[in-house]
Design a protein around this ligand. Structure first.
Ligand SMILES: O=C(O)c1cc(=O)[nH]c(=O)n1[C@@H]1O[C@H](COP(=O)(O)O)[C@@H](O)[C@H]1O
Length: 236
């Protein structure tokens, strides 16, 4: 499937950032047929949520295993091999060359796709400098995306602010997945590089990852559907 063929509805990935598998299953029931793609990250994975990957895949949903792996190459490759058997569509690794290379090796022969997390959306230039980097966010995101492409990684996680530039660099072969999505009027929280769903899609994002604005809403289904409508409108 080329990127242009992804249906607007399937471009929303809801982050199941919830405390237990029971809470996640209640949210999935509430969202029903509206949401087709879910993300399982630290909070749920560490609370026993990984078996939900297979359960969701059996129901025909897609799952993004957001494990943000980063370790010695052998450990990353073997970890990716294990996740490849779970039924997940995407897994994240941090965008360090050794880590990305190992992840690509670990997913060989499977349908799992590797996403490289460039610079977390909660970071700005000052945060990078505090972490010892001498370059700013846009430069580091660009350099890491280029390395990811050379190493055979399938997609990039970045903020919507970098999507326009990255699309020019990586073309349409790599998926651009953007967290840092905030519908107009919703709380920013700890995110620093943010955009509305419509603007992120117009900038060229393939998938939008949204957590708190959906899962903490009084009516999660209504918010998810409103985001999907905004995505459809931006696609024209
Ligand atoms: O890899 C990610 O999904 C990710 C990368 C990043 O740079 N920023 C980021 O927020 N995320 C994840 O995307 C989700 C965003 O959640 P909300 O800020 O609640 O919408 C969280 O589950 C984060 O772990």
């Amino acid at each position: 499937m080329t990127q242009a063929e992804i249906a607007p509805k399937d471009r929303l990935i809801v982050a199941l950032d919830l405390p237990s598998p029971a809470a996640a299953e209640a949210m999935i029931d509430q969202l029903g047929d509206s949401v087709t793609f879910y993300k399982i990250g630290y909070q749920l994975a560490y609370a026993g949520g990984l078996p939900l990957i297979g359960k969701l895949a059996d129901k025909g949903k897609k799952v993004f295993a957001d494990l943000k792996m980063h370790d010695i190459g052998n450990t990353v490759a073997r970890g990716v091999e294990s996740i490849a058997k779970s039924g997940a569509t995407f897994v994240t690794v941090h965008a360090y060359p050794q880590t990305m290379k190992a992840a690509v090796e670990g997913r060989a022969g499977s349908r799992l796709r590797i996403l490289a997390v460039t610079v977390l959306t909660s970071y700005n230039d000052d945060d990078l400098h505090a972490a010892g980097y001498r370059i700013g966010v846009s430069e580091l995101v660009e350099a890491r995306a280029q390395q990811a492409q050379v190493l055979g990684v399938d997609g990039i996680v970045c903020s919507p602010e970098e999507v326009g530039n990255l699309r020019k660099i990586v073309g349409h072969q790599m998926e651009l997945v953007t967290p840092g999505i905030r519908p107009a009027g919703s709380a920013t929280g700890d995110q620093k590089r943010i955009m509305t769903p419509g603007r992120a899609i117009a900038a060229g994002a393939d998938y939008l990852v949204v957590g708190r604005p959906v899962v903490e809403a009084a009516d999660p289904k209504a918010v998810a559907e409103a985001i999907q409508a905004e995505i459809a409108q931006a696609l024209g």
